[in-house]
Design a protein around this ligand. Structure first.
Ligand SMILES: NC(=O)c1ccc[n+]([C@@H]2O[C@H](COP(=O)([O-])OP(=O)(O)OC[C@H]3O[C@@H](n4cnc5c(N)ncnc54)[C@H](OP(=O)(O)O)[C@@H]3O)[C@@H](O)[C@H]2O)c1
Length: 337
């Protein structure tokens, strides 16, 4: 994926506006642009500079002879900043409010979708023709439990990039060393189990720098799939394994997770649900388990053991017989609009 791209020096002395410019990816990008000869970077974020790492990165930018300006604003309500217009805009602002769809609140939906979609609309209102590079995600195509709103927002940006002649959407796989993944050990553990390699930000920046030198609109993807694991086989998963695993994820002792305990009642939240789903798929060597299965009435700790000890066909029929009716929330109606 990356070999064909080499850093480019085009766009020397340009001005760049980066939404989410003080976030993990945004700051790494700002430093790279400064090192490549940018004249100025405008970094937009709501909180401004809050830590020593950001300050040290700003010093690196200035040391390259590039002016770094922090613009404290919500991207949805940004007003025209002072100075000449940017030559290029990078839309990297994002919030993550992961939640399973059935539990998603309107506030979570609006925060995630509004930042990307209304943020983009605001940028286009202020600068109708300036090239925009919108940072999208593989989640827009492949989905991810707990991120339906994030996936929708990125898919919306992809659509904008297909219709606007000056918008390029770059769908990224998860980054290894900056941003979202680094913000918690739990997230990292979950992403380590996704079917995509974690990407080093420098490799991504090399690819994006080159890509944006020649491509102005449309959707491009930067991710790498992991090689598929061999199936572990059935018949060797026992109750004790399930109990010890649940105790590790949720706390308490393995004895607290008796075979008749329903999974829907043990206090799984979005992240721990995904822990269990990944655990099942990992042991099964498949991707046939999903979060809604765990919430079905009658799905007990013992059921986990049965699932992993019967063929996929038997277990699929067990799952189907315990399937739940999807909850329809106001979020569903919003999606349709
Ligand atoms: N990191 C990854 O693994 C990964 C993978 C695929 C795609 N991406 C994409 O890459 C981009 C950067 O991701 P990241 O992980 O680096 O994010 P991050 O570290 O969480 O940074 C996001 C930044 O956006 C700012 N922001 C949030 N809401 C805003 C708003 N309404 N107005 C202005 N600024 C706002 C935040 O600052 P304030 O809170 O101070 O406003 C924050 O600094 C995103 O578009 C993301 O979808 C990332």
């Amino acid at each position: 994926m990356f070999e064909q791209f080499r850093p480019s020096t085009r766009g020397f002395r340009q001005r760049h506006l980066i939404t989410g410019g003080l976030g993990g990816f945004g700051l790494a990008l700002a430093v790279r642009l400064a090192e490549d000869g940018a004249a100025a970077v405008l970094l937009v974020g709501r909180s401004g500079v809050t830590n020593a790492f950001q300050r040290s990165m700003l010093r690196r930018i200035e040391a390259c002879g590039c002016t770094a300006t922090v613009v404290r604003s919500d991207i949805r309500t940004l007003e025209l900043p002072d100075g000449p217009p940017p030559d290029r805009i990078w839309h990297a602002a994002t919030v993550y409010r992961d939640a399973l769809f059935a539990e998603l609140t309107a506030e979570q939906w609006d925060a995630v979708v509004g930042t990307k979609v209304d943020g983009y609309r605001c940028l286009r209102r202020l600068w109708p023709d300036t090239p925009i590079v919108a940072l999208s995600s593989v989640v827009a195509t492949f989905g991810n439990a707990g991120q339906v709103h994030y996936g929708f927002a990125n898919a919306w940006l992809d659509h904008a990039a297909r219709t606007d002649p000056n918008t390029l959407a770059v769908r990224l796989g998860a980054l290894d060393n900056v941003g979202y993944v680094t913000s918690s050990a739990d997230r990292r553990a979950l992403l380590d189990r996704m079917p995509f390699e974690l990407l080093r930000v420098d490799d991504v920046l090399d690819a994006i720098t080159q890509l944006t030198a020649s491509v102005r609109n449309g959707v491009r993807s930067l991710y790498a799939r992991k090689a598929r694991r061999a199936k572990r086989g059935h018949g060797n998963y026992v109750l004790d394994t399930a109990q010890r695993f649940l105790a590790k994820v949720l706390g308490g002792s393995p004895d607290n997770y008796g075979p008749e305990l329903a999974l829907a009642t043990i206090g799984l939240d979005s992240l721990s649900t995904m822990e269990v789903v990944h655990h099942l798929n990992d042991h099964d060597g498949s991707s046939r388990f999903n979060p809604s299965m765990l919430q079905a009435p009658g799905v007990t700790v013992q059921a986990m053991v049965q699932w992993l000890n019967c063929s996929s066909r038997q277990s699929d029929s067990f799952i189907a017989s315990h399937s739940i009716v999807e909850k329809r929330t106001d979020v569903t109606d919003r999606m349709r609009k």
